[in-house]
Design a protein around this ligand. Structure first.
Ligand code: KIV
Ligand code: NA
Length: 269
């Protein structure tokens, strides 16, 4: 059969063509993403989008593994990357390896993503040396929302140096790519130029090597927040609420089900 897409294949796309990434949390969404994208990211954004949590802090390893397995069943050619949730990797490289190994072993996904730059570099190196490819994630790292003081742009003015240092550190540690979230466009371009590994931007301008969005955001399915960096490619939430309202009216007016939806009492001879 076909050789699966692996992290080195994704890394090799830098300078060749833009890398297309979307989130997926379930088999049906994975099938849709698989048809057009290079990577399906099982993001811990599923805490908010699927489970109604107020932040990513309540997401567990078990949730990520369950959704990771579901996504793997829907992928044919796209590569899966699974977020390590808050509390599952920060304590030590050993803790990170133990939990990343569970993700890889139980889901079959080839790679994990962890948030953090300079301070997570030893952990990234520890995982990569032991056979687990890592996508890094710097700039706005939502698991650190409370220390960052909100979901704000990261890397303006003097802070730009820190983002560049984070990027260089995760590359040196062996990450195969790095997500840049909510980083100013000029800085994202300079980071992209400085690195040999691809940058995947979200709210980080057009000069990144690839782009990622939360699929439910770009489809208009999840509308609790509307970040400036989300382009709405569809309004599926609007369509769904109109359809559900029409169904409710039909049931109340006994317009649904119709004769065509029922079963005859006698078999036709
Ligand atoms: O959790 C997520 O969906 C993410 C992407 C937005 C990069 O980390
Ligand atoms: Na995430």
């Amino acid at each position: 059969g076909l050789r699966p897409v692996l992290p080195p294949d994704i890394a090799a796309l830098k300078g060749q063509r833009p890398i297309v990434v979307l989130t997926a949390y379930t088999t049906p969404m994975a099938r849709l993403v698989d048809a057009s994208c290079d990577v399906a990211l099982v993001g811990d954004s599923l805490g908010m989008v699927l489970h109604g949590l107020p932040s990513t802090h309540g997401v567990t390893l078990e949730m990520m593994i369950l959704h990771g397995k579901s996504v793997m069943r829907g992928l044919g050619r796209a590569m899966a990357v699974i977020d390590m949730p808050f509390g599952s990797y920060e304590e030590s490289p050993e803790q990170a390896f133990r939990n990343a190994a569970r993700i890889v072993a139980e889901t079959g996904a080839p790679a994990v993503k962890i948030e953090g730059g300079v301070h997570m570099a030893p952990t990234i190196a520890f995982l990569v040396a032991r056979g687990i490819p890592v996508m890094a994630h710097i700039g706005l790292t939502p698991q650190a929302v409370n220390t960052l003081g909100g979901y704000k742009v990261v890397g303006r003015d003097a802070e730009a140096e820190k983002v560049m240092a984070d990027a260089l550190a995760v590359e040196a540690a062996g990450a195969f790519s790095v997500v840049l979230e909510k980083v100013p466009v000029g800085l994202a371009g300079r980071v992209t130029e400085a690195l040999k590994i691809p940058t995947i931007g979200i709210g980080a301008g057009v000069d990144c090597d690839g782009q990622v969005l939360v699929t439910d955001d770009m489809l208009g399915l999840f509308t609790d927040f509307r970040p400036k960096f989300v382009k709405r490619y569809a309004e599926l939430g609007q369509g769904a609420s109109e359809a559900i309202a029409a169904y409710a009216e039909d049931v109340r007016a006994r317009r649904f089900p119709g004769p065509e939806h029922g079963f005859a009492d006698a078999v036709k001879k």
